[in-house]
Design a protein around this ligand. Structure first.
Ligand code: SAM
Length: 262
């Protein structure tokens, strides 16, 4: 429960960084697992992502969590070998404490072999990388044919810039100030096309907070907020997909329009 800020908390206010500066994750390292902390909404999104993670199909099924942060997906991926890749040491240490196998690496150049993952999740990361095509290509490369991918990110449009950057950064449960650079926001159409080009059929849907849960969160900051799906991907959205087998991919290459419309 948050109360008035103490002088100690004021002294420890994070420094002002440029937008999308990786040092922010060090400044906020002790917030990851706090339900009322700067990353509160990442807990809500992890739960929403977890809904689309299928039950593991075998004992040693692998789920790779790209830009895993402190491993907030851990409560939602029971039964998987949960491998987390991130650049941030402090986050990876916490991820390991929550059962992830931590790997320090860049998601645009993954230190992992081809087709290693039954499931790949990539939460709140595509809007942070300069080379989106490399990130998508690497996601698809490490996924087994038939494997599932679950992602969420922020749409590239004027509404998202206003809402996510200018409004939500000032609201409790919103993203930490200056964590996003809207220049990297990603349109759902572009994301679907990039995945399609790498053999993954992706569908997208909008995400929004449950209004009653959010009002409760504003009141006492103690309970998580459920995320609801929406038809339109106006600001925050989710992508759920499957990697086509090489035979389906070959057909797709011959008739891309038919596959895209399916
Ligand atoms: C907004 S957080 C999301 C964390 C986690 N996916 C979640 O939803 O809880 C972004 C994370 O991406 C990591 N990150 C940023 N750029 C990265 C890159 N190129 N490769 C790997 N990790 C990266 C940061 O260190 C941070 O932990």
């Amino acid at each position: 429960v948050t109360g008035p800020r103490t002088s100690e908390q004021r002294r420890r206010r994070p420094p002002r960084r440029p937008r999308n500066d990786l040092r922010q994750y060090d400044d906020l390292a002790d917030h990851w697992w706090r339900p009322d902390g700067a990353f509160a909404a990442l807990h809500w999104l992890a739960q929403a992502r977890g809904r689309y993670v299928p039950p593991p199909s075998r004992d040693d099924a692998v789920l790779v969590d790209l830009a895993c942060g402190a491993g907030l997906m851990a409560p939602h991926v029971d039964g998987y070998r949960h491998v987390g890749v991130d650049l941030n040491h402090a986050a990876l240490r916490q991820a390991a404490e929550h059962g992830l196998e931590p790997i320090r690496g860049d998601i645009t150049r993954l230190p992992l072999p081809d087709a290693v993952a039954d499931v790949v999740v990539a939460g709140e990361i595509f809007e942070h990388v300069a080379d989106l095509e490399a990130a998508v290509s690497e996601t698809a490369r490490i996924l087994k044919p038939g494997g599932t991918v679950v992602v969420d990110t922020i749409a590239d449009n004027l509404l998202a810039r206003i809402v996510v950057v200018h409004v939500q950064e000032r609201l409790p449960g919103g993203p930490p100030p200056r964590i996003h650079d809207p220049a990297y926001f990603v349109s759902p159409r572009r994301l679907r096309a990039l995945f399609d080009g790498h053999g993954v059929t992706l569908r997208t849907q909008g995400l929004k907070v449950h209004p009653i849960d959010y009002l409760r969160f504003l009141r006492d900051r103690s309970r998580p907020v459920r995320m609801l799906t929406a038809r339109a991907s106006l600001t925050l959205y989710q992508g759920i997909g499957a990697k086509r087998s090489s035979r389906t991919a070959a057909i797709a290459a011959e008739a891309p329009d038919e596959i895209e419309d399916a």
